[in-house]
Ligand binder design. Structure first.
Ligand code: 9WN
Length: 436
């Protein structure tokens, strides 16, 4: 381990700390993002346990009363980012505790709390906190099931915006985005003033992203958008991380004594329905995820509106490994594809595999390497016993930091750092990964 890199990673978290929450990077992303913050909290835990818990608590401050957790929480004012809270129409709205966006992100809050608790040397200190949090966590996961499960008992969740999937401009969204009209109002992007436009989504993509925001702002409900579109997909990042997080949620329920065995059932009716909703849903996911299996050897994304596969081989296709949703045989096939995917580029597993149409080695989710995704896939492979491949991913990803420091993402051919610099979840993932 390089002591110098370690100090650099720590400094990034400290510099991006805004007092209770961490921005992904200064200027480009000046607010709190849901899934970034959870990954960042895991990094904080390697240096300051209390600060790590606080990071997650700041996400929970943004939770709406119906359980929804937004993807951006605008704790403070900043003109550096577009679209801000005014564009999302969330300023001064009664039901929104802190101005925020109106879509969510990979729902990993329970995963975050569980991992902090699991590795804490101070479990008795944090147990009451988990007890207090549990109802709100349940509510969040049940919100997803109630609002995004399109067909009863499908066990699959729809995502209504590319931003929600966290993999905004992945080529897998090119086809479904064709059905989304362009936003007609005027606006000025801020991101391309800070990062080279060749590393960011195009203006045409932004026009479509903003059209969906406009629909949400003007009153379309999450349920309606999931059912009717214009964009509704089964994204494997959301589905897999939801499932993994529910496994952790049940572990939280277990340690807090709130699992609701038979004798408790009668004393707390609301918990009972939460728990059974979540458990039933998980069981359905375990069965129905296999409908997304592609005979080329991986899980594929699905367009819910045209009811057809979106077969791009992207990093998300391999996240069912992390959630333990694959069979042993499927895992072995995915291990082969990952091994090939690693060989086709010079660094990491790329966000889009190099043999796919639309691959671009330096453009955001179209081919660059992202630390946290590679870490999750490596953990998934370890779960299935593919230790060597996991180690290869680690080596191939970690060397990017040796080469170029802690960037948002990296060109999968040249290894050059791209997007925002001094990036929180990259530094955090490095801190966590170099320990194991
Ligand atoms: C929109 C903060 C976020 C990540 C996403 C990543 C990017 C935002 C943007 O940055 O998205 O949410 O403006 O480009 O795609 O995964 O959470 O780091």
């Amino acid at each position: 381990m390089s002591e110098q890199l370690k100090q650099q990673a720590i400094k990034i978290l400290q510099d991006n700390d805004r007092g209770g929450y961490t921005v992904p990077t200064a200027k480009l992303y000046p607010f709190q993002w849901y899934w970034d913050s959870v990954i960042t909290a895991l990094g904080w835990q390697t240096l300051d346990e209390e600060r790590a818990w606080e990071e997650l608590d700041y996400i929970m401050k943004g939770q709406w009363s119906d359980g929804f957790i937004p993807h951006i929480i605008f704790h403070q004012q900043s003109d550096d980012y577009f679209p801000g809270p005014d564009f999302w129409g969330s300023l001064g709205v009664d039901d929104i505790p802190i101005p925020s966006s109106r879509i969510s992100q990979p729902p990993i809050i329970a995963l975050g709390y569980w991992r902090l608790y699991e590795s804490s040397p101070n479990k008795e200190k944090y147990l009451p906190k988990l007890q207090e949090l549990l109802p709100k966590l349940y509510q969040h996961y049940v919100w997803w099931i109630e609002n995004r499960q399109l067909n009863a008992a499908s066990g699959l969740l729809a995502s209504i915006h590319p931003w929600e999937t966290g993999m905004d401009n992945s080529p897998v969204w090119d086809a479904p985005l064709q059905q989304v009209p362009a936003y007609q109002g005027g606006y000025k992007r801020k991101d391309t003033g800070l990062v080279d436009a060749s590393e960011r989504p195009t203006n045409e993509q932004y026009d479509k992203y903003l059209h969906i925001v406009e629909l949400l702002k003007s009153g379309s409900s999450n349920k309606d958008l999931a059912q009717q579109g214009p964009f509704s997909v089964y994204d494997l990042c959301i589905i897999s991380l939801f499932h993994a997080s529910c496994q952790d949620l049940l572990k939280i329920a277990e340690v807090t004594g709130m699992t609701l065995d038979e004798e408790q059932v009668s004393s707390d009716a609301s918990y009972t329905s939460y728990i059974s909703t979540i458990k039933d849903f998980m069981q359905q996911t375990e069965e129905n995820i296999h409908k997304l299996w592609n005979d080329k050897g991986y899980f594929q994304t699905w367009d819910c509106l045209s009811d057809s596969p979106l077969p791009h081989k992207i990093s998300a296709c391999f996240l069912p490994l992390y959630a333990g949703l694959a069979t042993e045989e499927q895992a072995a096939k995915m291990n082969d594809l990952i091994t090939k995917g690693l060989a086709d580029v010079n660094f990491g597993i790329p966000s889009t595999f190099a043999d796919e149409e639309g691959y671009e080695s330096n453009r955001y989710w179209r081919g660059p390497v992202w630390f946290h995704i590679n870490w999750l896939i490596a953990q998934g492979l370890i779960r299935y016993g593919f230790i060597n491949t996991a180690e290869k991913i680690k080596q191939s990803t970690m060397q990017l930091a040796d080469k170029d420091g802690f960037w948002e993402y990296y060109d999968s051919q040249t290894g050059k750092g791209c997007g925002g610099g001094s990036f929180s979840w990259t530094a955090a993932t490095w801190l966590v990964w170099q320990k194991i």
